[in-house]
Write a new protein. Structure first.
Lengths: 115, 113
């Protein structure tokens, strides 16, 4: 069983469209995250939810809207897609704060290409 | 500014050889340091997590070291295998933030037969 699963794995779309990426974790973790990995391979945090409550919002354009219907799911909706949104988006989860060595488990990534 | 820098950017070694990857960080105050392995097209997978009081940790053929005074860490891979070909990412936890990690850009390792 995949611990953190995200769909779709690949997404190709036109500029201006709206798209969503879904994430689910079956580890029973309280905290979920969205990371963006750019072309230089840096992973940067975008959002984090703890028990469905938003705890990190890293100055991401408001075209990006996360939604956590329950603590096992964290979806990412992106409006009015731009070329610069092309990247790989990773969902992750942890039990407890990463400051306290809470291990972070990543999904396989969703590669978004905006044409 | 909190940063994590890794070297070399890429590395090619022959199967069976050892190698060492370096990580320097400026994150302060520092809580813990992690090494992740990321295969091409996959998500990162944790190799080791070390707190500031630990100076070495092993996971099979992977051994991480940490010098919190000089703010340096290394990842040593012993008897490399073809499956070790991947990116290795150094990640530091900022003590001031419960959930934020700062990632290096990784070292891309290629193991050749």
């Amino acid at each position: 069983d995949t611990a953190v699963s995200q769909t779709p794995k690949y997404l190709v779309t036109q500029m201006g469209n709206d798209k969503s990426i879904k994430c689910e974790q079956n580890l029973g973790h309280d905290t979920m995250y969205w990371y963006k990995q750019d072309s230089k391979k840096f992973l940067k945090i975008m959002f984090s939810y703890n028990n469905k409550e938003l705890i990190i919002n890293e100055t991401v354009p408001n075209r990006f809207s996360p939604k956590s219907p329950d603590k096992a799911h964290l979806n990412l909706h992106i409006n009015s897609l731009e070329l610069g949104d092309s990247a790989v988006y990773f969902c992750a989860s942890s039990q407890g704060p990463t400051r306290n060595t809470g291990e972070l488990f990543f999904g396989e990534g969703s590669r978004l290409t905006v044409l | 500014k909190n940063q994590v820098e890794q070297s070399p950017q890429s590395l090619i070694i022959l199967e069976g050889k050892n190698c060492t990857l370096q990580c320097n960080y400026t994150v302060s105050p520092f809580s813990n340091l992690r090494w992740y392995k990321q295969d091409t097209g996959r998500g990162p997978v944790s190799l080791t997590i070390m707190t500031f009081s630990e100076n070495t940790k092993s996971n099979g053929r992977y051994t991480a070291t940490l010098d919190a005074d000089t703010k340096q860490s290394s990842l040593h891979i012993t008897a490399s295998q073809l499956s070790d070909s991947a990116s290795y990412i150094c990640v530091v936890s900022d003590k001031d933030s419960s959930y934020k990690l700062i990632f290096g850009s990784g070292t891309r390792l290629l193991v050749r037969p």
